[in-house]
Design a protein around this ligand. Sequence first.
Ligand code: KIV
Length: 262
Amino acid sequence: MTILDFQQAKRDKKKLVVVTAYDALFTRIVEQAGIQAILVGDSLGVVVQGKSNTLAVTMEEMLYHTKLVASAAQRALVIADMPFMSYQASTEEAVRNAGRFLQAGATAVKLEGGGGMADRVRAMTSIGIPVMGHLGMTPQSVHVLGGYKVQGKMKDRAAVLLDDAKALEAAGAFGLVLEAMPVSVAKDITEAISIPTIGIGAGPCCDGQVLVLYDLLGLFDDFVPKFVKPYAHLKTDALQAVRRYKEEVEQGKFPSDSESYH
Ligand code: KIV
């Protein structure tokens, strides 16, 4: 999938389906399932690295995971998440870091923030780096936002989100993630801009949806937000499997003859 296909989907009223992936194994699985776009999310700081937020994820870590995903992906659009402090300090630094993601194999980058990030988005797109914006609950601003909370509940805050969306579109963003906001706010934004909106906790009116893969597989249950729907319970299955293996080794049942060489 190209950036142009991604944008065409909105005009064709076809829902875009995005999931995160952080390694080659899961990239192959999600591609086999027909997923069109993969986000190498900095959520890996929480679901892979076990931290309480995404703030400590580094450029080098994101580049490593981007390479794993990009080298396994055959068709899906690979979007790399820019980690905290890789784009906030200056436009020049942001552009250089974004370029490293394309060199690592990504087709596009994603960054968090509203109109204040428009200059970064403009600078990147002007030199050929496609950028996806991210509005609403932006996890890299968790401390300013006072926690993981739904954004845009008040009319004035909803209006700011709408202005931010328009500013990012005008700056050249090819799409926007809308995270944790009321259905009506995401609907207004989706109708007001011509680029696709990808919702996570933003209701059904967005042009597409994204979920963290470990959430949708039921692998990560430390914290399950209201907007997550686990489509499997792989943590339970994994626990059962490892417990059975332990039992069988302890009881001398594994390895049996069929797992042994003669
Ligand atoms: O890091 C991530 O996985 C994300 C998605 C939740 C949109 O930004």
